[in-house]
Design a protein around this ligand. Structure first.
Ligand SMILES: Cc1cc2nc3c(=O)[nH]c(=O)nc-3n(C[C@H](O)[C@H](O)[C@H](O)COP(=O)(O)O)c2cc1C
Length: 181
């Protein structure tokens, strides 16, 4: 399995980090400038620590990177965490940086796309942008953990979302106990 993980500058860098730690197979990492700045604010990792968790990393300004072409083959694009600013770019079809261009290519090639969006409350513009993408088959997964596994730590709440991301990629997850099991 080969996945692209794009981290943008929303709160919740830990979601992207845990996903990189748990995803099997080859991982290609993209990061916006704001994501790079937020990682050391919110976690014990530096941006360079996180880049080292992936098999390859490309700068957001690098429009010559492999993921900027629809011909580059992979299984799933995750944008985790995903800002509303990036959602807006995706919904408008802008491809002016590597992350938005990668999304644009993944959409036209009908790849699996999962966005873990983080913002609250949401304006009508944000909701309309998300609806537009959801109608095109993009999975909009709010950073909004369930409480039915009875989490005891923040880490367990983070793992709920990361487990749901793995399930969306068709990977059997063991990060939380699904309802009914
Ligand atoms: C500390 C911090 C936290 C932020 N959290 C969020 C957030 O949770 N959701 C969001 O949509 N934007 C958030 N922003 C704003 C985005 O980072 C900003 O809109 C940026 O331009 C997004 O660009 P990007 O999507 O390319 O990373 C945050 C900014 C900072 C500095």
């Amino acid at each position: 399995m080969k996945c692209v993980v794009a981290m943008t500058g929303a709160s919740g860098a830990v979601y992207g980090i845990r996903l990189l730690q748990e995803l099997p197979g080859e991982k290609i990492l993209l990061m916006s400038e704001t994501a790079e700045a937020i990682i050391p604010e919110e976690t014990d990792y530096s941006a360079d620590d996180v880049k080292a968790m992936a098999d390859s990393f490309y700068e957001n300004t690098d429009l010559f990177a492999p993921t900027a072409s629809g011909s580059f083959d992979y299984d799933v694009l995750f944008v985790v965490p995903c800002t509303e600013s990036s959602v807006a770019k995706f919904a408008c079809g802008l491809g002016t940086d590597l992350i938005s261009r990668t999304f644009m290519c993944a959409l036209k090639e009908q790849r699996k796309i999962v966005l873990v969006v983080r913002e609250t409350p949401k304006s009508a513009i944000m909701l309309e942008n998300e609806l537009k993408l959801a109608r095109l088959g993009v999975v909009i997964m709010d950073a909004n953990p369930g409480f039915y596994p009875n989490p005891k730590t923040v880490g367990e709440m983070v793992d709920f979302i990361v487990g749901r991301c793995l399930s969306q990629a068709g990977i059997k997850q063991h990060l939380f106990k699904p309802w009914g099991e």
